[in-house]
Design a protein around this ligand. Structure first.
Ligand code: ATP
Length: 249
């Protein structure tokens, strides 16, 4: 496992307040999904924003060995309500970063076509984004973030505003994107089932710890309940219970 992101003694404070994160350690390996769970307000987004390069920090925070000093196209970010450019259509939104980086039009078009297929929106390339459903908009936001082929995608509750059915479809889509694009993901979620389905590992924060208190390998990634035997379901339940106990510490 090669480390892509290394946080070592990461501390973040807003102004003169007590630190929100205190001496936190985290490693994200290449090609893994770390699902980050914890109660509301414990500092999950703060950790993600530090990795994105959006906020200052103390301690060590590197990507592929280089200190993170600000936002960079190597780190795609998707929020719960990602704002797309309303004056562009779906394809133009996806290609935005590539055009901004002055990639050749043929390169942009090939990548956009590939991503449209990946997110299953080939037929919607020229639709304006205000005409899309919430799930479709999030798919476009993910494709836009993936367009420059970042080694890392940071997802802050990306499916939090979607209905349960769409959310499940999005989780499956995200796993298939992850497998095809060979990208590492940090996924913040409030939904333990989502963490269990998506995460290669599950990192836990609590309200009082101001740091990650555990990072557990997840044997249930990509496995739906009907695929599991009775015993496996019981074990999964116990694992989920263990996570809940940790979160509520
Ligand atoms: N820009 C900021 N300035 C001051 N305080 C902030 C700022 N951003 C976040 N905070 C505070 O830091 C703490 C952690 O917030 P953060 O958003 O990181 O938590 P979270 O675990 O992601 O919460 P949620 O699950 O509700 O999104 C909260 O008390 C929040 O009010």
């Amino acid at each position: 496992m090669t480390a892509l992101i290394v946080a070592d003694g990461l501390t973040v404070r807003y102004g003169q307040q007590a630190p929100i994160l205190w001496q936190t350690d985290l490693t994200i390996a290449t090609n893994e999904i770390v699902a980050l769970v914890g109660p509301s307000g414990c500092g999950k987004s703060t950790l993600l924003n530090a990795i994105a390069g959006f906020i200052p920090y103390e301690g060590t925070l590197t990507m592929a060995g280089d200190a993170i000093k600000g936002p960079a196209s190597q780190r795609g970010v998707v929020f719960q309500n990602s704002s797309l450019y309303p004056w562009y259509d779906v394809a133009q939104n996806i290609g935005f970063g590539l055009r901004a980086a002055q990639q050749a039009p043929a390169v942009v078009q090939a990548r956009v076509t590939q991503l449209l297929q990946l997110i299953d929106l080939e037929g919607q390339a020229h639709k304006k984004v205000f005409a899309l459903s919430g799930g479709m908009r999030q798919r476009v936001a993910i494709a836009r973030a993936l367009a420059p082929r970042p080694p890392l995608l940071l997802l802050d509750e990306p499916f939090g505003a979607l209905d349960a059915f769409t959310r499940q479809k999005m989780q499956q889509l995200m796993l298939s994107i992850w497998r095809q694009e060979q990208v590492s993901l940090l996924l913040i979620t409030h939904d333990l089932n989502e963490a269990l389905f998506c995460g290669s590992r599950i990192a836990v924060m609590t309200s009082t710890s101001r740091q990650l208190i555990a990072t557990l390998a997840n044997p249930y990634q990509g496995r739906t309940e009907p695929e599991l035997s009775g015993v496996q379901l019981q074990q999964r339940e116990q694992f989920q219970q263990r996570l809940l106990t940790l979160i509520n510490q």
